[in-house]
Ligand binder design. Structure first.
Ligand code: G3P
Ligand code: CA
Length: 284
């Protein structure tokens, strides 16, 4: 059905590419983020973790086992170890397994493309955003922040400052291009203490009694409920809006969930399929 603006006078729903255009390309690879930018995504979501030698890399799981041909925890590996792994072929293998593959057919592998197989550092992703031919935002999620007692946030703010994503002391005009998301209120608090002008998104898997009325931890501006919360508690969006918060929902892949988000007037959807979701919303 045609897209409808259920929030007259409000900006269009922002479409955030979850781990890049991760339905089309291996998650968290440069190829996935390039596809997301091509698809017209307003923002790119990525998860960050610290390597044993202190680099922030874009990897979702604690271990590299699912998304690479290696094994072990990111925190126990150095960047050079990760750089030697293949972070792309697992997706080709999964796709091949889901198809009836003709054994005489050449495998549709793109493993010789380093942008599809290499581990991505946050620094390289920030370069991609800086070089994009239009403004693209970043929504960075801190993973396992408690384990590192502040090091993830410290390194993150340092990198963001280097790329001009923290407010300049000069008081010049500045609009944030990066948000930091976390399931940990403490992690958001640490980022805010170091860089008070970077917006925080409080991610929620369940709606606990403490947040049911739309309130968030102190100083956090944006609510990040899982879409399951909206299915069970559609009234949550209006409550969060009344409390003064934007609502960014994850992970909205199913067309019926996109429709629900649109009807409820959320501010952003985080999706593996930015192109299709933009098209469903009448944005592209
Ligand atoms: O964008 C928030 C969402 O990514 C949180 O869940 O497990 O995909 O990081 P996860
Ligand atoms: Ca995430």
């Amino acid at each position: 059905r045609p897209a409808q603006d259920v929030r007259p006078g409000r900006p269009a729903i922002s479409v955030i590419a979850h781990r890049g255009a991760s339905e089309d390309a291996p998650e968290h690879t440069l190829a996935a983020y390039r596809k997301a930018i091509e698809a017209g995504a307003d923002a790119l979501e990525c998860d960050v973790r610290l390597t044993a030698d202190g680099h922030l890399v874009c990897v979702h799981d604690r271990r590299v086992n699912r998304t690479s041909n290696g094994r072990g925890a990111v925190s126990a590996l150095e960047l050079a170890d990760l750089a030697a792994l293949d972070f792309g072929s697992w997706k080709d293998d999964l796709e091949a397994a889901g198809r009836a593959v003709d054994p005489t057919e050449e495998p549709d592998r793109q493993t010789d493309d380093p942008e599809r197989t290499s581990v991505l550092t946050l620094e390289r992703l920030l370069e991609l955003v800086a070089d994009a031919d239009r403004r693209v935002e970043l929504a960075i999620e801190t993973k396992h922040p408690t384990r590192w007692a502040g090091q993830v946030e410290e390194r993150l703010v340092e990198l963001l400052a280097r790329f001009g994503h923290t407010k300049p002391a000069t008081g010049a005009d500045w609009t944030p291009q990066v948000r930091v998301m976390s399931f940990s209120a403490r992690s958001l608090h640490r980022v805010r203490a170091a860089a008070p002008d970077i917006p925080g998104v409080y991610l929620m898997q369940f709606l606990t009694p403490r947040h049911r009325d739309g309130r968030l931890p102190p100083g956090v501006g944006i609510a990040g409920p899982g879409v399951r919360i909206l299915r069970a508690h559609p009234e949550y969006v209006a409550k969060a809006h009344r409390a003064g918060h934007q609502v960014h929902v994850w992970t909205v892949n199913d067309p019926s969930d996109v429709e629900l988000c649109q009807e409820l007037g959320v501010d952003a959807v985080i999706t593996n399929r930015p192109k299709e979701v933009r098209s469903q919303l009448g944005l592209g």
